[in-house]
Write a protein that binds this ligand. Structure first.
Ligand code: HEM
Length: 495
């Protein structure tokens, strides 16, 4: 077995869509691949399921943020950050997304036709740049290499560690972080940039700052967790109240405004403002450690997934030139010789369909796992308390009962009028779950959808990327699903 993904695929091919594997005298692992299973576990009976033990190494790496926490802590933090990711507010981040993509496109301008670039690396740096500016008002471009290596090493170590029967606590957390730093050759891991982001904002007193994480470090600011949590709580609370207003006002900025001003507008009322403003009658302020865990969580969850989705998209467009021709035709017709603006996303149905189909075949979050709290029955299968349950989007998205030609790449499935290609026909709501489902569904899904469409449109309008070898890259599955560690592609200037 080459990877957990490989194992799941083989098991499902051999034993079907409902599989039980006893892994200890008390517990079994259930591998489910039907939409009904996903709906039951993620939504219909979600109260009976908690994030699986397999998430513990991830928790050790990024802390107890929204992705890995449970109970009251999760509920409070989700309520707090949800408004930042509402569709309306996300539109205000559009200019940050297009601004970063345009800067990358401008850098590519200087590369000779046919230059081979590392697409995974470039997309990872781009999406980290976007998350840094949009959510934290921080320029992370100087940290991109370090953060990428830290996340890559962290994922590999976390997946290996998930097979070890470790008692997870502060000591194993420390050990895992130390191993990840050594493997990734990153002396400070992701904790370094995270700490600098938090202390830069504390040092700025209140409101959004566009200072870089490295600048903050040079100013001698202390790392997350080191500064006194309560010190700036009162000021932060006032800052947050006004920040929320500024952020929503930003949503009205949209098309056609000065990009630099719009980009700045997108950074006000950001995630960091909201986290730092928590408190008042609703409860105590968040500690710097809690804020640091959320920054790490959003930094990792918010850039790695979209980077993978964009990398897979560029690879598949090269492998399926007919789909790329259609994409280029749509961009030429709708945009002509201008770059996309946030409002264009709705006018690019083929671009959106391509991204959706890519995430069907290669969902960046390829598996979702839970532990059952009490005895349950999942679509007729008894699942005892304590069982480990997986409902991998990768398998659900390729189930032949729900997807004609499941392994085929065909964006027409996602067009309203794609007649005969699985589009337009009612589909099980949980047959397509790249962002999960139920109350633990991805809080950043609107952000991710807007970002992938705007970035793809900006880049594909000017460039074509060609795979350097024939065939679709083999997926490398750790916590997320990547088209390899680098994905070399040849950059061709269009027109
Ligand atoms: C293509 C891009 C993305 C994909 C495929 C994706 C997928 C997912 C999935 C499947 C989950 C649920 C995991 C589970 O149920 O165990 C999730 C949760 C989450 N995602 Fe995303 N995500 C993407 C982009 C983003 C972005 C851009 C952000 C933030 C800016 C983000 C932040 C989060 C957070 C914080 C959670 C935890 C939510 C909670 O439990 O309340 N994700 N994501």
């Amino acid at each position: 077995m080459r990877s957990p993904l490989d194992g799941y695929v083989r098991l499902a091919a051999r034993y079907g869509d409902t599989i039980r594997i006893p892994y200890s005298p008390q517990s079994s692992f259930y591998l489910f691949s039907r939409p009904e299973h996903a709906e039951h576990v993620l939504a219909a009976n979600q109260d009976n399921y908690v994030k699986a033990v397999t998430y513990r190494p991830l928790r050790a790496l990024i802390g107890d943020g929204l992705l890995t926490s449970e109970g009251e802590r999760w509920r409070r933090h989700r309520r707090l950050v949800q408004p930042v990711f509402s569709r309306r507010h996300v539109t205000a981040f559009g200019p940050v997304m297009t601004g970063s993509a345009r800067r990358l496109a401008a850098r590519w301008e200087g590369l000779a036709n046919g230059t081979v670039i590392n697409v995974v690396g470039q997309m990872s740096a781009l999406t980290l740049d976007i998350v840094g500016v949009a959510l934290f008002g921080s320029d992370l471009t100087g940290d991109a290499d370090e953060v990428s290596r830290a996340i890559d090493a962290g994922q590999r170590v976390a997946v290996m560690a998930s097979f070890l029967p470790l008692p997870w606590g502060p000591r194993s957390t420390k050990a895992l972080r130390a191993v990840a730093r050594r493997v990734g050759r990153t002396p400070e891991g992701i904790e370094g940039p995270v700490g600098r982001i938090v202390s830069a904002r504390r040092a700025a007193g209140r409101g959004a700052t566009r200072g870089s994480a490295s600048e903050a470090s040079a100013a001698g600011a202390s790392a997350a967790g080191a500064s006194a949590a309560g010190a700036s709580a009162a000021g932060a609370s006032a800052a947050g109240a006004s920040a929320a207003g500024r952020g929503l006002a930003g949503a009205q900025n949209g098309d056609g405004q000065d990009p630099a001003a719009a980009e700045t507008a997108g950074t006000t009322g950001d995630l960091l403002d909201v986290l730092m403003a928590a408190g008042g009658p609703e409860g105590s302020p968040l500690t710097d450690a809690e804020i640091g865990d959320e920054v790490a969580t959003f930094m990792v969850a918010g850039h790695e997934t979209t980077a993978n989705s964009l990398s897979w998209t560029l690879a598949l467009l090269s492998a399926y030139p007919w789909a790329r021709d259609q994409l280029e035709a749509e961009l030429d017709t709708v945009l002509g010789d201008r770059d996309p603006e946030p409002g264009d996303a709705d006018r690019l149905p083929w671009t959106r369909a391509v991204v959706s189909e890519v995430m069907r075949l290669y969902p960046p979050a390829w598996t979702i796992e839970r532990n059952a709290l009490t005895d349950d029955e999942v679509a007729g299968t008894a699942v005892p308390a304590g069982s480990l349950v997986a409902v991998p989007p990768y398998l659900v998205h390729r189930h032949p009962d729900f997807w004609p030609d499941p392994a085929g790449f065909d964006p027409r499935r996602f067009l309203a009028d794609g007649g005969g290609h699985g589009a337009g026909e009612p589909r099980h709501r949980y047959a397509y779950i790249p962002f999960g489902g139920g109350r633990r569904a991805c809080v950043g899904s609107s952000f991710a959808e807007l970002e992938t469409v705007l970035v793809l449109a900006t880049l594909a309008r000017r460039y074509r990327l060609e795979l350097t070898v024939r065939g679709i890259p083999a997926p490398a599955a750790n916590i997320t699903l990547r088209p390899g560690r680098a994905l070399p592609m040849r950059l061709l200037h269009r027109g």
